[in-house]
Each structure stands twice: as C-alpha cells, then as structure tokens.
Design a protein around this ligand. Structure first.
Ligand code: FE2
Length: 374
C-alpha cells in the first residue's frame, strides 16, 4: 500500500491547499455527516504523521495511471459493489470517485475534486504521466495508488503478503499479532473526521453495557465497509477463512477503563484497531492494551491505524484507566469468527490455496492451521 508523501511535494501541496480562494471550497460541498475522502482537500492534520514524514524512494522514475483504477461519477459503482449498497449507505456518493484495487484485491474509494480529476482524466494507462502534472498532484495520486510505477503493484503485493505471513506465524504461536497498514492513512484521516463529526453532533450515543465513559456504535455502516475491506488480511492472519461477525466502534473519555475480560465464544478472533486519539500522537498512543498470555502479560502500544489481532476468547485483555485530564480517544474494536466448514471442503480449499502461488510463510501458516483443525 502506498502511504508516504514526498516532502518537497508535500510542501507544494500544502502551499496550494492554503492558498487563496481555493482553500477547502470543494469539501464544503460535501455533507459533513457523510463519509468521503477528498484527495484535493484532505484534512492533513488528521493524516497519521509517519505517513507524511517518509521520503519517496522512487523520485525520478516514470509513473503510470494504475490500470486497476476506475473513475465513477455520482452514484455509479463498480459492479462488484452494486449488490452491497447497504455498506455505502453513509458514503457521500457525489462528484468523481476513483475506485482503486489495493494490494489485497479490495476496492477502496478516493474522491477527486476538480483539480485532481482534470489531472487524472488526461492520463492514459500505457503512457508515463506527462511532466506537466505538478509534483503535489503526482505525490498525492501516487500515495493513493492511483499512480503507480511499472513494478509497484507486484512489489506491494509481495510486501503485503510477507507482512501478513509474519503476522500469521506470530498469531499461530502466541495467539496475537500486531498488523499494520490495514487501512490507508488517507482513509484513517477521513474516518477520524467522519466519526468526530458524528460524536460531536450526537449521532453516536454515550455509554453502553460495559462503560458509561465511552461513545459506542454497533455495526456502523462505514465501519462495516472497512471491516469488509480487511477481511482478506484477517483471514491470512488467522491462517484460515473467517466470517466477519460485527464491528464495534468505541470512543473513550478520560476516566474510562476496559476491565479484564475474555470475549464471547462466537468472537473467536478479534482485532482492535487504533483509529483516533487526542492529543495527536507523534507515534504510539499512551493507552496500551494488555493481554494475559500463558507466558506472561504482553503490553501493546499502538499508533494510529495499527491493528492488533488476538484470540479474544482465550487471552484475557484490558486497558488501564485513562489518566485525569486526558482527552477523548477513539478505538474501533472489530470481531470476527471462523467459518465452520466440512473437512472435505477445507481440504479442497487447502489444495486451491497451495496452487494460488502464495508465499512460503503464508503456505506454512495455512498448513499449520489445517493440521490443527483437520
Ligand atoms: Fe474484548
């Protein structure tokens, strides 16, 4: 997944964002209670800092329009999403949206304002982008995966597969595994804006059965969309196909705590993803989750966008109370469960997986999972 922005292009981009009458004029046409990720006018202060800090290593190489990027206007949707409109019920389906297939084969949306749309519409798939495309536009479109290098799609897939293979190995051995990069940093920023607005305007209620000090939402449609996007990655980490059960969004207030508990039986695998935190963290947030494992307590600090997969039914987990004066923070806790399949079905799937060209680490993790369950 492309996620870094070249520093010089970043400065140019900042300058054009801050300049004159063009500032945030397009975003103002979007309903604030809908989800959108408008590349021309991203909420930069909400993009996780590490994603903005890294220098591009590919300066000077030819960029191309991603052949797996398609533009749709208004409520037009890629065919495979047409039957899942309920997941998009809170999206601002207006203007031009670039749907891009990412390294895990999921389709992710980026909204284009007039400036970037005019840039993208003049590009042809098999030709390097012209030098007339400004550096800021090139950098943003590259970070979103709309522009790619000749070998970057294959490279990103290999990187992703290796990272998931390492996570799967750790998950198999320890029952937990940190997983980074599940959601694009630009979408993290857009989600932060969206959920902050929903909480500020009272659309997410305060208090649930577990805590009176957190805003909570069950199966919010935008959260469900991203839950579906990361299904492939979660199955890879679990080492077997899993069925998504539900997604729970919780935004904690100072004084809140998460008492030690294990999850319900149907929540065999869980992932908690750090979506937001105030004040803005430079790296990891100061509110770690703790897991009691057979070999001792593990403390896991997360940065914005970091996920932690764990066996919620086996490993007791908890967080200490937030200190006085700490400001609200948001976490998205996602849970999913194993797909129960007949033994012969699982054997057939294993054969298909072996033939899919997956890397050795993923093959090893998958084989271990099969042998464990038979
Ligand atoms: Fe839990």
């Amino acid at each position: 997944m492309a996620s870094s922005i070249n520093n010089s292009a970043w400065l140019e981009w900042m300058a054009q964002l801050m300049g004159g009458v063009s500032r945030q004029t397009c975003a103002a046409t979007f309903p604030p209670d809908r989800f959108y990720c408008l590349l021309d006018e991203l909420p930069l202060h909400l993009v996780p800092r590490p994603a903005l800090a890294a220098e591009s290593q590919d300066a000077g190489r030819a960029l191309f329009l991603n052949p797996q990027c398609r533009l749709y206007v208004g409520e037009g949707l890629p065919g495979e999403l047409a039957s899942r409109k309920e997941l998009l019920s809170a999206f601002a389906l207006q203007g031009t949206i670039a749907w891009v297939r990412d390294a895990t084969d999921s389709l992710v949306p980026f909204w284009l304002g007039p400036k970037l749309e005019s840039v993208v519409r003049q590009l042809r798939i098999d030709e390097p982008i012209p030098e007339s495309v400004p550096a800021w536009a090139r950098s943003i479109l590259e970070s979103a995966g709309i522009l790619v290098y000749a070998d970057s799609i294959a490279h990103q897939r290999t990187e992703r597969e290796e990272a998931l293979g390492r996570a799967a190995e750790l998950f198999r051995k320890k029952g937990y595994a940190p997983v980074r990069g599940l959601i694009h940093p630009f979408h993290i920023a857009a989600l932060r804006r969206y959920y902050r607005h929903r909480i500020r305007t009272g659309r997410i209620s305060l208090g649930d059965g577990q805590s009176s000090r957190r805003y909570a939402a069950y199966n919010d449609p935008v959260a469900r969309f991203f839950h579906r996007q990361i299904e492939v990655s979660l199955s890879s980490v679990a080492g077997e196909p899993v069925k998504l059960s539900y997604v729970y969004l919780a935004s904690y207030l100072s004084g809140a705590e998460l008492r030690k508990h294990i999850d319900r039986e149907q929540c065999e695998f869980s992932i908690t993803l750090c979506l937001d935190f105030s004040p803005e963290p430079a790296l990891a947030t100061p509110w770690p989750i703790r897991l009691d494992t057979p070999t001792g307590t593990v403390t896991v600090y997360q940065a914005l966008g970091d996920g932690l997969a764990y066996r919620g039914t086996r490993l007791p987990h908890y967080r200490s109370p937030l200190g006085k004066g700490q400001r609200p923070l948001q976490f998205s806790s996602i849970t999913w469960r194993r797909i129960l399949r007949h033994r012969w079905t699982r054997r057939l799937e294993l054969v298909q997986f072996v033939g899919s060209g997956a890397g050795p680490q993923r093959l090893k993790a998958r084989l271990h999972a099969f042998l464990r369950r038979g």
